[in-house]
Design a protein around this ligand. Structure first.
Ligand SMILES: [Zn+2]
Length: 70
């Protein structure tokens, strides 16, 4: 998936893609409370998404994006 150019709202510099992990070494996931697939989905199943992390090299601001399908 192509990462669009994203800039820090404070510094205006391009933020770098990084990996955010728990102390146990697991990648973090984003979990929705409801299924976005509607009638095609399975009832009671939460949707999980990968998390894309961007870090500003200037001020250290971290932004986290859920990797939603188009
Ligand atoms: Zn910044």
């Amino acid at each position: 998936m192509a990462v669009p150019d994203r800039r820090c709202p404070d510094c205006g510099v391009t933020m770098e893609g990084m990996t955010l992990r728990s102390t146990g070494g697991h990648n973090l996931q984003v979990v929705s409370g409801e299924n976005r697939e509607g009638i095609l989905g399975k009832l009671g199943m939460n949707q999980t998404y990968g998390a894309e992390t961007l870090v500003c090299p200037e001020c250290g601001l971290v932004r986290l994006y859920a990797e939603l399908e188009e």
